[in-house]
Design a protein around this ligand. Structure first.
Ligand code: PLP
Length: 447
């Protein structure tokens, strides 16, 4: 199949340089295991689990069969004031995996919707408890929480925010970023140990500025994924939890990337031993094959919301929020099959083991190459940071991405970072190919 066999005039590609794509289209027509097939019949290794989604690898029959069976049984049912059996089972499985008393699942369809849902729960929860003045959110520089107005506002990737001006939520502040490019440029499969306490600014500047009694929630990714896999300093999330507890502020972990095995544990919360009040998920929950997202809330939040209505009659709705496709039976069937498969094949543990292999291979092949100014690995993900080209940030990484693609490896370029986050079924040989293709592409960059 050649790309001029189909009309490319009508699709506007998301988060893509469309003009450059039109000159050099990259089109997949099939996928299996670790590989894609392109429209011109080439094999490409999926080095990024298709944006952190396909943990179990492509074309997994138990998931496909569950979807087919569900389509023939209950294709769809509305989610408002009725429900379906698969939604309850999927929620039960997710709650059983989530830490502590995180056991009430609000379903949605994406990570962006999960961000906005968790922020709305935070506002509604505080109001239900008589603290409606708590309406300020704290995100973090270079955080990514999707593209809804809520998630974008607490997010901190400048390019994603810069054209939206006053449409961003007004009551938001941001923690400083968690990266020290001088002392911690290289993070090799362990937490960096910082001498400085970078949460002092939260205690000493941000909270006093706004007054802690006005703050609804802090939202962070346990490891900053979309920005380019930045790992927080040792003790950071525990201390963040303590500060939030001290001031009655909710802590939201956005685990859209770290959820369901990426760090070798069910959630980042488990890896770090810190329980948030809400945990956002998406992507790997269905192996990416059907859109699904959600927020797991603590029992305390749920109880407060249920008890909030005093003498309200039974027919009163407690939380005016939800999506037409919340708990879609086909998505829930996919989630059930995905989580069963991951459990059966012990894929979380495998992600942890293969993460070490990826990290070792990357450090030995890439450290010291021209333009490389940092490498960071944790769990089954690793980022290589390149020095930005003068006046053209992101250009070097984009060129490397294209070069790798044409040599059969899909890597993710994020700013001047190149990130690998392969499916958990990855084998050592795939990692060797991915890393050597990347190293060669970096070597080919002009000086
Ligand atoms: C941490 C995080 N939150 C939210 C999102 C947004 O998810 P979606 O693209 O499904 O809306 C992403 C997407 O990469 C993400 O990494």
């Amino acid at each position: 199949m050649a790309y001029n066999d189909f009309n490319m005039d009508n699709q506007w590609l998301p988060f893509t340089p469309n003009r450059s794509f039109a000159k050099d289209p990259r089109i997949f027509v099939a996928a299996d295991g670790m590989h894609f097939t392109t429209h011109d019949g080439r094999q490409v290794i999926d080095g990024i689990s298709s944006l952190w989604c396909v943990g179990a690898g492509h074309n997994r029959q138990p998931i496909n069969e569950a979807i087919r069976k569900q389509l023939d049984t209950l294709d769809y049912a509305t989610a408002f004031s009725v429900s379906n059996d698969k939604a309850f089972r999927a929620a039960e499985m997710i709650a059983a995996m989530a830490p502590g008393d995180l056991n009430k699942v609000l379903f949605c369809n994406s990570g962006s919707e999960a961000a906005d849902t968790s922020m709305k729960v935070a506002l509604a929860y505080h109001r239900a408890r008589g603290e409606g003045q708590r309406n300020l959110f704290i995100g973090r520089e270079r955080g990514y929480h999707g593209v809804g107005f809520g998630g974008m506002s607490v997010g901190g990737i400048p390019a994603n925010r810069k054209v939206y001006g006053t449409s961003l939520l007004p009551r938001v502040d941001h923690l400083r970023f968690i990266h020290d490019p001088v002392k911690h440029a290289y993070v090799q499969h362990q937490e960096p140990v910082w001498e400085e306490d970078i949460l002092l600014e939260l205690e000493n500047r941000i909270l006093p500025l706004h007054d802690p009694s006005n703050v609804a929630a802090v939202i962070v990714e346990p490891v900053a994924g979309s920005a380019g896999w930045y790992v927080p300093p040792q003790g950071y999330l525990k201390r963040l939890r303590e500060i939030c507890d001290k001031h009655g502020i909710l802590l939201i972990f956005d685990e859209v990337i770290t959820g369901f095995g990426r760090l070798g544990t069910a959630f980042g919360a488990d890896w770090y031993g810190v329980q948030p009040d809400m945990l956002n998920f998406a992507k790997c929950v269905t192996n990416g094959v059907i859109p699904m997202g959600g927020v797991v809330c603590s029992q305390r939040i749920y109880d407060a919301m249920m008890g909030a209505h005093g003498n309200a009659p039974d027919h009163a709705i407690e939380f005016f929020h939800g999506y037409t496709y919340s708990g879609h039976p086909v998505a829930c069937a996919a989630a059930i099959a995905t989580l069963e498969l991951m459990q059966k094949e012990q894929l979380f543990a495998r992600a942890g083991q293969m993460g070490q292999v990826l990290s070792d291979a990357m450090f030995s092949a890439v450290k010291g190459l021209p333009h490389v100014i940092g490498i960071r690995s944790l769990g089954l993900a690793c980022a290589v940071e390149l020095a930005p080209q003068a006046g053209m940030p992101g250009k070097r990484a984009f060129d490397v991405f294209l070069d790798c693609f044409h040599r059969g490896v899909l890597v993710r370029n994020a700013g001047d970072n190149l990130v690998f986050a392969p499916p958990y079924i990855v084998e050592r040989e795939h990692i060797e190919t991915m890393v050597s293709v990347l190293a060669d592409a970096i070597k080919r960059l002009p000086a």
